[in-house]
Ligand binder design. Structure first.
Ligand code: SAH
Length: 292
């Protein structure tokens, strides 16, 4: 008799909840879907002027209906709030295999600055500094504009021989990129245990040694030549002083994940913490700020 712990014979069925959303509302929609999503959310980033699509997957069981209802209620409130156009909540059932495939189809090899980011299941030949990832989560796959912006920064900043702190490491993509470009030491933190595990696994996969820890900037000791913080606007405002405290004299802080409408708010908080703006990059509605 197979034990209960063994793989069930019937494939798990999933419910995919997806919401088309204007770039300005992606952050808020993601936050709502993230409350129910198994292993987070995925964002299908629009390649043209169309909306992004935020997706979450929940196991098709007795709790799925409640989760769908909660999402619909929260999205309804968000729409009433008037934050960028947000589409109807679409719900469909899918088999396990489809789910895995849908993750994979969203993540194809991509060149970003000097880097060539490829999923672990792709055999594409590297044309640059290779980063191999198995995301297991939405962020850090190299597809999201904020990840691209930050990875480009890691490609541009002279990190060789320097110390780097990556706050909100996600899949570890930026930390791995920094190590591959010759950083002397990289510390990566994330408040999400799933991210910590993914970053550790991805570091191993890429043959680089990164110190990954659960927590945020406040839990790290010392200062760093480069501090990377691809977080959301409100979190950046909250941790501005901590980011400043970890920046070595003459160092560079890269902040991203800032929706355009909150740029001034974040910039003010960072200036208030004693940081000086040095550069800015905008992709779609996402802003990256470089400070010293
Ligand atoms: N650095 C990756 C992931 C960015 S997503 C990339 O560029 O693609 C943002 C990550 O920050 C998430 O993994 C989230 O769990 C984490 N996070 C959110 N708030 C945080 C905080 N206060 N301190 C540290 N990490 C945080």
């Amino acid at each position: 008799m197979p034990s209960a712990a063994e793989k069930p014979a019937a494939p798990i069925r999933w419910v995919e909840i997806s919401v088309a959303s204007h770039p300005e509302a992606v952050e808020a929609v993601s936050e709502i879907l993230d409350r129910v999503g198994y292993n987070g959310i995925a964002v299908d980033v629009a390649l043209d002027e169309g909306p992004h699509v935020v997706k979450a997957y929940v196991v098709y069981d007795h709790a799925a209906r409640v989760k769908v209802r909660r999402v619909k209620e929260a999205i309804g409130r968000l729409r009433a709030f008037g934050l960028g156009p947000v589409g109807e909540v679409a719900v469909r059932r899918i088999a396990d295999l489809d789910w895995l495939e849908s993750w994979k189809s969203q993540f194809t090899p991509v060149r970003i600055g000097p880097f060539f980011v490829r999923p672990s299941w792709s055999t594409a030949r590297a044309e640059g500094v290779e980063i191999v990832l198995d995301p297991g989560m939405a962020f850090g796959t190299g597809l999201h504009p904020t990840t691209r912006q930050c990875l480009e920064a890691v490609g541009e900043i002279d990190v060789a021989g320097r110390s780097v702190l990556d706050v909100g490491t996600g899949s570890g993509i930026l930390a791995i990129g920094a190590m591959k470009r010759g950083a002397a030491r990289v510390v990566a933190v994330d408040v999400d245990p799933l991210a910590v595990r993914a970053a550790e696994e991805n570091a191993r996969r890429n043959g680089v040694a990164i110190h990954v820890a659960l927590g945020s900037a406040a839990d790290v000791a010392g200062t760093f030549d480069v501090v990377l913080a691809n977080l959301v606007a409100d979190v950046l405002v909250r941790v501005a002083a901590e980011l400043r405290a970890h920046l070595a004299p003459g160092g560079t802080l890269v902040c991203a994940g800032i929706v355009r409408e909150k740029e001034e708010l974040v910039a003010r908080a960072l200036r208030g913490a004693g940081l000086t703006p040095r550069g800015r990059d905008q992709r779609d509605d996402w802003v990256r700020l470089d400070l010293a």
